[in-house]
Design a protein around this ligand. Structure first.
Ligand code: ZN
Length: 306
């Protein structure tokens, strides 16, 4: 693998939107940062000194998102941003956020990768120092059968297999390595939900159409007709139906395995919480934020004791 110089942004980027979990609107600015800064979050609403680095030891919650906190400063749902910065090769960036949660935007990393692809990056003088391992690190969850591992290698690659026991999704595999265009192959892939998981929410009018407009909705168990009619109103989408593949037709899939690719997007973002770019092969079976964080915590411990 060719040694690589560090990169930062050429300009600032502003984002505004609701957080998926808090529902609160936040404003986020990505700013160029000096060499060897890494990724650094600044909660501007908490004062001048409210900084936190996205490192595995700060992870406190992995329930449908990755949350970091050091007791005073927290950031929720940072994984899509972290994935975009990693896939696009950004070493150094200051992330200013005026609320607790990174905006969910369209449920993918599209708005980040489009901007970075359009403008390119600014190369810096310092060389990138990869995190390297001299043994394989693997974590497993006996209950779910999930595992994630990093195998030492001169090449970088990420592989994920998902299996939700779903007849709609089936078993999906996804792969990324730096020879592939992260932006279109992975960055555009959106988050997904099972309709039966959100059904009770919409039955109680707890979700608004906008919240699922950009999520892939999987219809594993078809709803009774009266509930489906209600769904059309809630989604504000009179023509909504279930397509022949078992997905709600609120959007077109970018890839048949878009859901698998999204889990890979999450994995790439979560692995960045090792504290930098990994040099090695990352592979996962049924990955999720919880098992991903077990891996990154193990890597951090290993690296700190090396
Ligand atoms: Zn995600």
């Amino acid at each position: 693998m060719i040694p690589q110089k560090q990169s930062t942004l050429v300009t600032e980027y502003h984002y505004e939107g609701k957080g998926l979990h808090t529902g609160k609107v936040s404003h986020m600015t990505l700013k160029p940062a000096p060499e060897n800064t890494g990724i650094l979050f600044h909660r501007t609403d908490l004062g001048e000194n409210a900084f936190i680095k996205p490192l595995a030891e700060y992870i406190t919650s992995t329930s449908r998102n990755t949350t970091i906190t050091d007791g005073k400063v927290s950031v929720l749902t940072l994984e899509h941003l972290m994935s975009a910065l990693t896939g696009m090769g950004v070493d150094n960036v200051l992330v200013e956020l005026d609320n607790a949660e990174v905006p969910i935007l369209d449920g993918s990393a599209r708005f980040y990768v489009d901007a970075l692809k359009r403008d390119g990056l600014r190369q810096q003088d310092a060389m990138r120092e990869y995190i390297t391992l001299d043994k394989e690190i693997m974590v497993t969850d006996e209950k779910s059968g999930s595992w994630v591992k990093i195998t030492p290698s001169e090449e970088v690659s990420y592989d994920a297999t998902i299996d939700f026991g779903s007849k709609v999704l089936g078993i999906q595999e996804a792969h990324w390595d730096p020879s592939l265009d992260y932006a279109t192959e992975i960055g555009y892939c959106r988050t997904f939900v099972f309709l039966h998981e959100v059904a009770y929410l919409f039955q109680n009018n707890l979700i608004k159409g906008g919240d699922v407009d950009n999520a892939i909705v999987i219809v594993e168990h078809p709803l009774p007709q009266d509930q489906f009619e209600k769904l059309k109103t809630v989604f504000n989408h009179p023509n909504i139906s279930v397509n022949e593949n078992g997905y709600l037709n609120n959007l077109e899939l970018h890839f048949p395995n878009e859901c698998g690719r999204h889990k890979l997007l999450d994995l790439i973002g979560d692995v960045r919480l090792c504290g930098g770019f990994i040099k090695g092969k990352v592979s996962a079976f049924k990955p999720g934020h919880s098992i991903n964080s077990m891996l990154t915590k193990a890597v951090r411990e290993y690296v700190q004791n090396k």
